[in-house]
Ligand binder design. Structure first.
Ligand SMILES: [Fe+2]
Length: 505
């Protein structure tokens, strides 16, 4: 039996790139646990999901397996003790993807829990737990929103509590890493220089994944992930970083995209080695919910009015500027038009709701958010009616605060009806402990009646979706600057089917 035959027989599910013949098959002797980065799963389908792990080298000395192809066995079982194995095979971890594995398992039953494990000579990984998506109508889907996990700013107390929730999956909305040099400001340290090269980005993920609470959150649930700016560089737009266009940014972005792919359990049509990579995609949860995971970074026009927080200028309204890019925008409109789901959920890394930061007479907007892309936002909001999408819900991250908002075609008109609902999640750790309503925000909120709820504490949002309502529980932790904290539900808001807008529960 050739190696190729073995792969066909054993791991029909693994990606073609695992067959790369450029790497000699090696029989490794591991001197440290190669599975110390943990296990993960993601992008659940009714019949399978991506299973992920990555071999980690012993930092004390370079080993021969690091330049070769390593055979890894994987198994999926229907029980937590891995007794009733229902799928398995061999996959090959290769140096071109830094020995990361993405197994695209199929043939499983819908809406079921599964457990999985990897093995290499002398070592087995943790047992991960994962779940397939439903194929038919079910009473409820539960998931959590998470985003913005700056390693220096705080401990991942929120993940410790999230891991104990009853969830079908975790939706991660960007800023999995922060690329910047250490701020020397937090409770932990990241490198003293910003990530620029592929090695830098790989090291940044490796550092973040040393956190046991983060590893456990991956171990317990499948994740659906998208990226925001810090996964590459602060406030970048397409091929332009906030510091201005430069010749090397395309290369830097490609490196960041590759490391993102290597470290996260994402299903991609092709390996991510080119400068561009399509990650926008749709995932269905029976007839109840369709989820559109958006990419709000790769295709966007450069920020208007000078970027950051600015007064409006003509560029903000320029209809030729785009947030999603023409192809993604057309894809989204077509998908929503074709959808018969009760709930159409748009996963946007950044907030869609307009938020005027100037308290009183005057306007200031964060030009990096949808507010800086007014024409794009209006096209999206109008598409809800045009595509016959009765219950659009936008879930977002980036802002490091919790929000429940009414989406409106005219946010400045208090009497305008809501055309959708936005539930925005706070950060896991970014910006430290935070407070519920800082005084500056309290003044701003008076000017923004479309915002029904705000909290500047850290945490996550627990979402419970039924055929009749979409409920968001804002789970907040007291502290992230100490390595343990209580969690509580700060507030719950919901959208009723057929009645867009956030209501207090
Ligand atoms: Fe962030």
């Amino acid at each position: 039996m050739t190696r190729r035959d073995l792969l066909r027989a054993g791991a029909g599910a693994s990606f073609g790139w695992a067959l790369n013949a450029a790497w000699p098959l090696v029989n490794p002797v591991f001197t440290a646990d190669p599975f110390s980065a943990g296990v993960a799963s993601g992008d659940p389908l009714p019949d399978g999901m991506i299973l992920w792990t990555k071999l980690i080298a012993d930092p004390r000395k370079k080993q021969s397996w690091q330049s070769g192809s390593v055979a890894i066995y994987w198994t999926v079982a229907s029980d937590a003790l891995m007794r009733n194995v229902v799928a398995g095979g061999t996959a090959y971890a290769t140096p071109d993807f830094d020995h990361a594995l993405h197994i695209d398992v199929r043939g499983l039953a819908p809406n079921r829990w599964y457990w999985y494990q990897f093995s290499a000579p002398g070592f087995v990984s943790d047992i991960g737990r994962t779940k397939t998506a439903p194929a038919t109508a079910i009473p409820q889907v539960n998931f959590a929103l998470a985003s913005c996990q700056n390693y220096e700013h705080g401990y991942y107390n929120a993940y410790r509590h999230l891991a104990n929730e009853d969830l079908d999956f975790v939706l991660f909305l960007g800023d999995y890493i922060y690329e910047n040099a250490s701020c020397y400001c937090g409770v932990r340290r990241q490198p003293t220089t910003a990530a620029v090269t592929l090695a830098d980005y790989r090291n940044r993920y490796a550092l973040y994944r040393t956190d046991a609470d983060l590893r456990r959150a991956h171990q317990m649930f499948p994740w659906i992930v998208t990226w925001d700016d810090h996964d590459v560089a602060n406030n970048y737009a397409g091929l332009t970083p906030a510091t201005g266009a430069n010749k090397t940014f395309a290369q830097r972005r490609a490196a960041a995209y590759q490391a993102f792919y290597e470290w996260l359990p994402i299903r991609l049509p092709a390996p991510m080695t080119s400068a561009s990579a399509r990650i926008y995609r749709r995932l269905d949860f029976g007839p109840m919910m369709s989820m559109y995971v958006l990419d709000c970074r790769q295709y966007r026009s450069v920020q208007a009015c000078g970027n950051w927080d600015q007064a409006p200028c003509a560029g903000m309204y320029d209809a030729s500027r785009t947030m999603l890019g023409a192809a993604q925008e057309q894809w989204l409109t077509a998908e929503m038009a074709a959808s018969n789901a009760t709930w159409d959920v748009l996963a946007s890394s950044i907030m869609l709701t307009k938020f005027d930061e100037y308290p009183g007479n005057g306007e200031i907007y964060n030009m990096d958010t949808w507010s800086g892309y007014e024409a794009s936002r209006l096209r999206l909001l109008n598409s809800f009616a045009q595509t016959n999408t009765p219950n659009p819900v936008v879930v977002s991250g980036d802002s490091h605060a919790s929000w429940a908002c009414d989406l409106k075609l005219d946010f400045r008109n208090v009497n305008a009806p809501a055309v959708g609902t936005e539930f925005a999640g706070t950060s896991i750790s970014s910006d430290g402990d935070g407070s519920d309503t800082p005084s500056d925000v309290a003044a701003q909120l008076l000017d923004n009646p479309q915002v029904k709820f705000y909290s500047g504490k850290r945490g996550y949002v627990r979402c419970a979706v039924t055929p009749d309502r979409f409920q968001a529980d804002y789970r907040v932790v007291d502290r992230v600057t100490v390595p343990a904290s209580f969690v509580s539900t700060k507030a719950s808001y919901l959208a009723d089917r057929g009645r867009p807008g956030a209501q207090r529960y």
